[in-house]
Design a protein around this ligand. Structure first.
Ligand code: FAD
Ligand code: EPU
Length: 299
């Protein structure tokens, strides 16, 4: 994006515009080069921004909480839109509405405190609400598809649109929004009244299981590969002898083989090379072709 357009944009919107911002700061992997990042202050700001980008044919990408992203070492030339200021959570009786930039574990905890059940599975998933919907994030038998009632978006021209669950075509780690240019701005959830203490216990049980099986103390982007039908990518990598494989500072976790951890200053190219090596290893060992779950932002 040209310097002049960035100046115009700065004067147009209320939110922040960060020039040549290191995306490594925004990703759970702690990897990624620079990009210009805009943080709309509210929904109206986002609409103005979309119209501005559309009129000038400027490409953009959306950043949620950065927990499923591998960003190229060269960064990206597209403008990055970060929704962190759109983070309102509204709970009135059984009606729960969350803005896309709200953190999923915060939403899960607040819903639990309001004695609403359905998001217990989400307590340890470090997603934004928007990122969780796109990916149909899930764990321990639950997923977003089971609890979303309505999703609101802003289109490329800055118009508001609304979807019900049936329109979204949720499946395992997939949704209609993956192939769409729209930006998710909010969602309404269908939760059920339940006992607060039981909800809290369930969340704690899931968090304990997660801590025991996942490498949460090193930078990572969650599971790297999708699970093949009726199997686990982690198990397949493990039995093929993949644990501990390394390229630079990117390593297949010793704790869970479907996690690649950044043990120091891993680069995106280290991780990509390791991903290819792991795919080859598993294919040669069991004939299964693993497919990435992490989203790759190439420059
Ligand atoms: P990001 O990583 O920021 O973005 C992912 C994609 O969504 C990008 O393409 C981005 O452009 C797009 N996007 C984000 N927000 C929007 C929006 N508002 N509108 C349009 N597009 C948008 N996942 C699971 O499913 N289950 C788990 O148990 C789980 N455990 C994890 C544990 C750890 C320690 C980590 C680091 C990750 C884990 N993940 C898990 C992966 C990750 O949290 C999910 O994929 C999550 O849904 C990503 O959300 P995000 O907001 O971080 O999205
Ligand atoms: N396993 C191994 N070795 C390993 C890892 C796992 O043998 O290194 C075995 C386990 O012993 C178990 C089986 O594989 O028998 C499944 O492992 P686990 O329960 O850890 O679940 P998973 O299938 O590896 C999935 C999701 C996770 C989610 C957990 C909990 C995918 C790709 N992964 O992992 O989601 O947290 O279930 O429900 O669907 C993510 O998507 O990023 C993610 C972390």
């Amino acid at each position: 994006m040209k310097k002049k357009s960035l100046e115009v944009l700065k004067s147009l919107i209320k939110g922040e515009v960060l020039i040549a911002h290191p995306l490594a700061k925004e990703t759970y992997f702690r990897i990624g080069g620079q990009a210009n990042v805009v943080i709309p202050a509210d929904r109206n700001d986002l609409k103005l921004l979309m119209k501005f980008l559309f009129d000038r044919e400027i490409d953009y990408r959306v950043l949620g909480n950065g927990s499923n992203l591998l960003v190229s070492d060269q960064g990206v030339s597209d403008l990055v839109i970060k929704l962190k200021e759109l983070d309102r959570i509204e709970i009135k009786g059984e009606k729960v509405i969350a803005a896309a930039g709200a953190k999923l574990p915060v939403l899960a905890r607040k819903s639990g405190k309001a004695a609403l059940s359905g998001l217990e599975f989400a307590a340890g998933i470090p997603a934004s609400v928007g990122g969780a919907i796109i990916m149909n994030a899930g764990a321990y038998g639950g997923d977003i598809a089971q609890v979303v009632k309505k999703v609101e978006t802003i289109t490329v021209t800055g118009k508001e649109k609304s979807y019900t669950t049936q329109d979204i075509n949720f499946s395992y780690r997939d949704s209609y929004f993956k192939d769409s240019d729209e930006i998710i701005v909010a969602a309404e959830f269908a939760l059920t009244a339940a006992n607060k203490e039981e909800i809290k216990e369930k969340m704690e049980e899931f968090l304990t299981k997660r801590k025991a099986s996942q490498p949460l103390s090193l930078p990572n982007a969650g599971c790297v590969f999708k699970n093949p039908k009726d199997d686990s990518a982690g198990r397949l990598i493990d039995i093929a002898g993949g644990k501990g494989m390394k390229v630079g500072d990117a390593m297949v976790s010793q704790k869970h083989a479907n996690f690649i951890v950044n043990i120091g200053s891993a680069t995106a190219s280290d991780v990509l090379e390791l991903i290819e090596q792991v795919k080859d290893l598993v294919y040669n060992d069991s004939g299964v072709k693993l497919e990435e779950e992490v989203d790759l932002w190439r420059g």
